[in-house]
Every structure is written in C-alpha cells, then in structure tokens.
Write a protein that binds this ligand. Structure first.
Ligand code: NAD
Ligand code: UDP
Length: 316
C-alpha cells in the first residue's frame, strides 16, 4: 500500500552532480523519484545504484520540449552549471533555462505540484555589495559570455514569480552558491574539481587572473539538505533564499590548500581571467537560517577531504 507521506517527485537534471545527490536523499526518504535528464553533462553512472530501486524511474528527455506527467513536487535542476559547459552552446543554455522553466511551471500549474527552481548566485553577477543578500538586484552584463546562464536564470526567476502571482503556482526559488563534492565531473572545469584533479595528477594548477577573486564553497550534502528544507517549508516561503556556505576563500588560498591536502608536487600557473568573472562572492544566509533553520554543517576542510578521497578513488 502506498504510504500517505510518500510523494511522487520529479527531479529535472537528476543525473547531474547536484541532482543525483538529491535523488539519493529523496529515495532514502521513501519517495517515488522520477529522474529526468538529457545526459548533456549528467551521466547514468551518477544514478546507477538507484536504477534497480522500485521507487526510482529514469526518463531521458530534453527539457526544451514539453512533457506531460503526474507528480506532486518538481525540483527543476536541469541546466549545465559549469562555465565551459553552459558556454558550449549558449543558445541551448538559454532555451533550457527559459523553455525549461515554462514547461515545468506549466506542468506544475496543470497538476498543482509544488515547484522549486535551482537558481544561482550568478543572478548577482559581479556584485558591488558584499556579502550578497536576496534584496540585492545584482550587476549582470546582459550581453557577455556568461549572460546565457546568468540572464537565463534571472528570467527563469521572473517566470517563477509571474506564474506564482498570475496562476498561484506554489513556488520556491533557491539561489545556490558554489557547491562541490563527490560526483563532480573531473573535466567539468569548475575550480574545485580542476584543482583537485590537477593536484592529484601533479599537473599545473591553473589560476585564472591573480587568484584574489573569492568564492564561498558549500558541501553538496548541506546544499541538498537546504533544497529539501526549502521545498518542505510553509507555502508562504517562496524565496528567493540564498543557499551556500559563507566560508569565503580566495582562489589562490584554495589552490594552496588543495596542494597541501593532497601533498602534491604541482605548481601554480596564472592564466588570463575569463571575461566578466565575478571578483567576490559570499552568501548572506540570514534568510535560510531564519526561514528554514538551515546552515551548512560541513566545513571546507572536511568537505575537501571527502572530495579528494572521491577523486582519488575514481582516478585510480
Ligand atoms: P550538472 O551539469 O552536473 O547537472 C545538470 C544536469 O542537467 C545534467 O545532468 C544535465 O545532463 C542536465 N541537463 C542539462 N540540460 C538539460 C536539458 N535541456 N534537458 C534535460 N536535462 C538537462 O550541474 P549541477 O552542478 O548539478 O547543477 C544543477 C543545477 O543547480 C543547475 O540548474 C545549476 O544551474 C544549479 N546550480 C549549481 C551550482 C553548483 O555550484 N553546482 C551553483 C548554482 C546553481
Ligand atoms: N578558476 C580558476 N581556475 C580554474 C577554474 C576556475 O582560477 O581552473 C576560477 C574562476 O575564474 C573563478 C573561480 O575560480 O574566478 C570559480 O570558478 P567556477 O567556474 O568554479 O565557478 P563560477 O565562476 O561559476 O563561480
């Protein structure tokens, strides 16, 4: 017999880094999980363990096309997240953000599902307030090489709030800050995976610019916990809510930390700074603490150690 508390939950982008961890957690909580992915940056390996599970279902589908399903909740995560991936086909990135949001919001409206959007700290662009809180409107270049992602995510937020106001769709918007952990793709170009892989292989650690730009790094388990809390929060909690770890690092300090933790012989090289690369980023998580009772519990030292162990195991 179906448990009363068991929900049918759609996770778009469920075969990706964050999505696969989210699917793990939702299956552990005894829900029925429908994982939808086009495998652009995700992979079946990320969800192999879940495939035999009777509550887990995998659908290969591209979110730029509509889909008709019956679900209770939707976590909309489908979108490449690393700059090299979202810049590979920028028009497709925008379509995924915007058509994907329209299709998922239309589905939510039709079946009266609750829907959560994986938005991003990139909506703040290259911020001139620090740390960033949700009231800040951001400083985003609308025509640069990061715009397909930044503006795509901003427009998706607009769509979420318009569907909420116009059609009473029950929405939640999470602004996710840089998240790392096991199952990041070794070649996905993001800073934590790049530096760990380079350090383990004894290759040059590639710092873009002078390394004084900052990011704040959240461990994946904490982030997934924040997403689930936001989905389960009372209906008036629409967000946007920042989810991230306020522990702020310069990229140079991160490189040195990873070299030390891996006891690597790698040296640091400095490469040109990519266009529009934000100079600083740190979440103000007051809202998440107040509304969700959430704050990260994994420090960067501990999270990096688990991530290094993971990459050691997959790289042999
Ligand atoms: P990821 O690239 O590992 O996962 C994205 C998943 O979406 C992949 O499985 C990919 O195949 C799938 N996908 C992409 N386009 C699709 C499409 N058109 N149709 C169906 N599936 C599609 O990235 P991630 O780090 O897991 O990020 C997940 C979500 O979280 C993204 O929306 C991203 O913008 C957001 N986010 C992530 C971070 C982070 O630091 N990881 C930070 C901010 C926001
Ligand atoms: N970065 C770097 N070397 C790398 C990869 C990234 O110095 O090999 C820098 C990048 O320029 C940025 C920061 O690290 O300043 C974070 O980059 P990432 O792509 O991980 O995330 P995002 O810029 O989207 O926050």
């Amino acid at each position: 017999m179906k448990r009363f508390s068991r929900k049918r939950i759609l996770v778009t982008g469920g075969a990706g880094f964050l999505g696969s961890h989210l699917c793990d957690r939702l299956i552990q909580e005894d829900h029925e999980v429908l994982c939808m992915d086009n495998f652009f940056t995700g992979s079946k390996e990320n969800i192999t363990r879940l495939l035999p599970h009777p509550n887990f279902e995998l659908v290969r589908h591209d979110l730029v096309q509509p889909i008709f399903l019956e679900v209770d909740e939707i976590y909309n995560l489908a979108c490449p997240a690393s700059p090299i991936h979202y810049q590979y086909n920028p028009v497709k990135t925008i379509k995924t953000c915007i058509l994907g949001a329209i299709h998922m919001l239309g589905l939510a409206k039709r079946v009266k599902a609750k829907i959560l959007q994986a938005s991003t700290s990139e909506v703040y662009g290259d911020p001139d307030i620090h740390p960033q809180n949700e009231a800040y409107w951001g400083r985003v270049n609308p025509i640069g090489i990061r715009s397909c992602y930044d503006e795509g995510k901003r427009c998706a937020e607009t769509l979420f709030f318009d569907y909420h106001r116009q059609n009473r769709v029950n929405i939640r918007v999470a602004r996710i800050f840089n998240t790392y952990g096991p199952r990041m793709h070794p070649n996905d170009g993001r800073v934590v995976s790049n530096f760990i892989v380079q350090a383990l292989q004894g290759k040059d650690i590639t710092i873009y610019g002078d390394g004084r730009q900052t990011r704040s790094f959240c461990y994946v388990d904490d982030l997934v916990d924040g997403l689930i809390r936001l989905m389960n929060a009372p209906d008036e909690v629409t967000g946007p809510v920042n989810l991230g770890n306020p522990e702020e690092w310069t990229i140079r300090d991160l490189a040195e930390k990873i070299i030390a933790m891996t006891a690597s012989s790698a040296s640091i090289v400095f490469l040109p700074m990519p266009q529009d690369d934000p100079r600083q980023r740190k979440p103000d998580i007051t809202q998440a603490e107040r509304l969700l009772g959430w704050k990260p519990s994994t420090g960067v030292q501990e999270g990096l150690q688990r991530t290094i162990d993971y990459f050691r195991s997959v790289m042999g």
